[in-house]
Structure formats: structure tokens, C-alpha cells
Design a protein. Structure first.
Length: 243
């Protein structure tokens, strides 16, 4: 089942079009990676899907068009963005940042908010240990965990992740991607935008290569990892010679 389907999407900044006719899909419970160089339009793509940027084309979520649906309603339907740079509230505690993630469900009386918060703390023990600590004092990896945890508080069906490895040390990157992979097992679908092509393709099911605002290649991730062009351009290895 296609949870998200984007068809012929165009996004422009004034007279300059940054995304040209992109079509892609994310199935329920799957991880889809979008890789590409800086300036390819990856963040713009996520912003349009989330409703943060005006666009032309069709965006369907859970079988219904959301092209004209406000951002807050998309969140209420289970669509959630973890932006590049995390955008946490630095002067608020870890616990308060998580509480903001469940803002739309603040009237729930079934105990689900407490249950989901406990699940987040189980998934991220570092956050449980730092509940009263200010978000701005966390390490880079802990801030990314908090951004993911805050998004999970909204009980999303689809997570849009924008450069989750940005600025993190290699060991922390491996930990973050392991966490992202584990989210799939919990039934959350993920659209992952990432410059670390190898890490993204290793955990994703399907991938798109975005170049200058257009889809240049697509396919299952095992095939993309073996593709000569992807290997040479995005994985830092020379393509093997063919005699």
C-alpha cells in the first residue's frame, strides 16, 4: 500500500524552479531514501510534502489528496517532519520538548501520551537520564535523538527525516541510523533525505537520486549500491574498469 504518493511535483522560489516534476512513492512500513548533492532540491522536496512550501502537482497521503491541506492537519493525520538542524527549543528541558511533540493530542484522556513518552524513553535511554536537562546543552547525537523522540510523540505513520546525520561523528551516525532502521520494525514509514548516501542506502528499501531538482535514478537500494554511477559519484569510490 502506498502511504505517500507524489506526482509531478514542482516547487519554485519566485521565478526560479527548484524542483521539476518529481514523482515518488513511499509504502507503509518502508524506508525510502533520497540522496543527491547540495542544492539538488532535497530539503525543498520535504518542505513541499509537509506543506511548508507552495507547490504544483499532486501529493496524496493514505489515499487522499493533501495538496491543499494545512501543515497542522497533515501532522494530525500522521505526517511528521524532523528538519535539518533539529530546531529544538534550546532553553526548554528534554521533557518539555517531548511534551510539545504531543501538543495536538493534549486533550487525550486514554493515557496514550504517557505511554508514548515512556516508549520514547525506552528507545532513547540517554533522554530518560536527561529529562530535566536543557536541550541546548545536549550533545549533537542527543539533540538528534530528542528531535526524533519529539516527532514520535505525535504518533506518526510517516516520518520525513532531513539530513539526520548532519554534523555528527561517525560512531554517532551509525547509532542514529540503527535507530532509524529500528523504527521501520515498529511500523513507521520513513522518507529519508540524506547526503551520506552509503548510510542511507544501507538501511533503506528503495532509493531515489535527485540531481538539479529532478529524479536522475531510482531503484531498490541493493541495485543502487552496486551501480557504477552511484558508486563513483556518491559513495566515494571509482567505478570498476570494464575491459
Amino acid at each position: 500500500m502506498k502511504l505517500l504518493e507524489v506526482r509531478d511535483l514542482h516547487v519554485a522560489y519566485g521565478k526560479v524552479e527548484a524542483v521539476h516534476g518529481i514523482s515518488l512513492a513511499v509504502e507503509a512500513g518502508r524506508i525510502v531514501a533520497v540522496i543527491g548533492p547540495n542544492g539538488a532540491g532535497k530539503t525543498t522536496l520535504l518542505g513541499a510534502i509537509m506543506g511548508l512550501l507552495p507547490s504544483r502537482g499532486e501529493i496524496a497521503y493514505a489515499g487522499a489528496s493533501v495538496s491543499r491541506t494545512p501543515v497542522e492537519q497533515r501532522v494530525g493525520h500522521g505526517l511528521c517532519l524532523v528538519p535539518e538542524g533539529r530546531e529544538l527549543f534550546a532553553t526548554m528541558s528534554v521533557a518539555d520538548n517531548l511534551a510539545l511533540g504531543s501538543f495536538q493530542r493534549r486533550g487525550a484522556r486514554d493515557g496514550s501520551i504517557d505511554r508514548v513518552r515512556d516508549e520514547v524513553y525506552q528507545r532513547f535511554p540517554q533522554l530518560a537520564e536527561r529529562q530535566a536537562q536543557l536541550a541546548g546543552t545536549l550533545s549533537g547525537g542527543e539533540r538528534q535523538m530528542l528531535a526524533l523522540g519529539r516527532a514520535l510523540m505525535a504518533q506518526p505513520k510517516l516520518l520525513l527525516l532531513d539530513e539526520p546525520s548532519l554534523g555528527l561523528a561517525p560512531l554517532v551516525v551509525r547509532e542514529i541510523f540503527s535507530i532509524i532502521a529500528s523504527l521501520r520494525a515498529s511500523g513507521v514509514a520513513i522518507l529519508l533525505v540524506e547526503q551520506n548516501a552509503r548510510a542511507a542506502l544501507q538501511i533503506a528499501d528503495y532509493g531515489y537520486v535527485l540531481e538539479t531538482g529532478e529524479i536522475a535514478m531510482e531503484g531498490d537500494c541493493e541495485s543502487l549500491l552496486r551501480d557504477d554511477r552511484v558508486t563513483a559519484t556518491y559513495l566515494g569510490q571509482a567505478a570498476p574498469r570494464k575491459d
